[in-house]
Design a protein around this ligand. Structure first.
Ligand SMILES: *[C@@H]1O[C@H](CO)[C@@H](O)[C@H](O)[C@H]1NC(C)=O
Ligand SMILES: *[C@@H]1O[C@H](CO)[C@@H](O)[C@H](O)[C@H]1NC(C)=O
Ligand SMILES: *[C@@H]1O[C@H](CO)[C@@H](O)[C@H](O)[C@H]1NC(C)=O
Length: 292
């Protein structure tokens, strides 16, 4: 009987942990051409007012790399309101795993299609592709658990409104970086730390760099993972050292299941700013609970 109840309990619990979330903001976007400053990332910033825009061209496209494969339940597209709303007519949405030729990925037709790349393209000549917002609802396991545990972030100093929590707000903040990214002031050895509350095996850490300025400030930042708060956690083992991340790009660092409750970003040196638009921790499994 005990076994039977355990089985039902686990079944119920597992269902609760599986959910569809908008995974678009964790990915990296690109488009065939960029008209003025209408960057591909503007479709991911949570704002209907900032939009992407290609040049007038043949077969314009916009592609999102979700960084891992999801079972896609729903794709949402927000069209521009100010003008020319029928330019979007005839566009195709594709989902699949082919990176070298995204047009070979099948057209999205049913729930549960799997893929790492989502492409919106308009076949034909003299077309312009503009997207104000794209959402990709993928099946996510265990992330809710992570959210529910209430991760908290702190940093060595805070520049203006750029609080540490804004690096884990699920928004890359490409247009309103001051309210959606974190930043320290210019200081010696700045750091940022998230407390995962549980000890996890961390498979990957994804860092999104700011789009609006100074992407080089992230260079030589160290990703450290462990359980010690010695030197504010900055003495924990290193998963990776960031050489550089282009503006607005999300880079993935593989940590091979390094165990820890704390994930730090640390820049050694004088007069350094540590600015983070999004830090996602991809977790394999929890080892034990520490935040009760
Ligand atoms: C984005 O697409 C352009 C046009 O195809 C290509 O030249 C560029 O390398 C791509 N950038 C990235 C980061 O993939
Ligand atoms: C953006 O537009 C969509 C579709 O009209 C709407 O559902 C959504 O609430 C809007 N979001 C914001 C932040 O205004
Ligand atoms: C685009 O679609 C809308 C709605 O179906 C339609 O009113 C409009 O005429 C179409 N425009 C073109 C250029 O096909």
């Amino acid at each position: 009987n005990v076994y039977l109840w355990s089985f039902f309990f686990l079944l119920f619990f597992s269902i609760c942990l599986m959910t569809y979330l908008n995974t678009a903001g964790w990915g990296t976007a690109n488009q065939s051409t960029t008209y003025k400053n209408s960057y591909a990332q503007y479709a991911l910033d949570g704002l209907n007012s900032s939009c992407t825009h290609t040049d007038l061209q043949s077969d314009p496209w916009w592609t999102l790399d979700l960084l891992k494969t999801y079972s896609v339940n729903r794709v949402t597209i927000t069209n521009r309101r100010d003008c020319c709303s029928n330019r979007i007519n005839g566009s195709e949405i594709r989902v699949g795993n082919d990176f070298s030729d995204v047009f070979s990925n099948p057209i999205y037709s049913c729930r549960g299609m799997e893929g790492r790349y989502v492409t919106v393209n308009i076949p034909g000549t003299s077309k312009i592709l503009t997207l104000c917002e794209v959402g990709v609802y993928g099946l996510v396991f265990a992330l809710i658990y992570n959210l529910a545990t209430g991760r908290t972030a702190i940093q060595s100093s805070t520049y203006g409104l750029w609080s540490a929590e804004q690096a884990i707000d699920f928004s890359p903040g490409f247009t309103k970086s001051w309210s959606l990214c974190s930043s320290t002031t210019a200081q010696t050895n700045p750091w940022w730390r998230v407390d995962l509350c549980y000890i996890y095996r961390v498979s990957r850490v994804v860092i999104t760099n700011r789009l609006d300025c100074c992407p080089e400030r992230i260079n030589v930042a160290e990703i450290r993972i462990g359980n010690s708060l010695e030197n504010n956690g900055n003495n924990n083992p290193i998963c990776a050292v960031i050489s550089s991340i282009p503006a607005g790009v999300s880079s993935t660092y593989t940590c091979n299941g390094m165990e820890g409750r704390y994930v730090n970003l640390f820049i050694p040196g004088d007069t350094k700013y540590l600015t983070l638009c999004e830090v996602e921790q991809q977790l394999q499994s929890s080892v034990c609970d520490n935040c009760q």
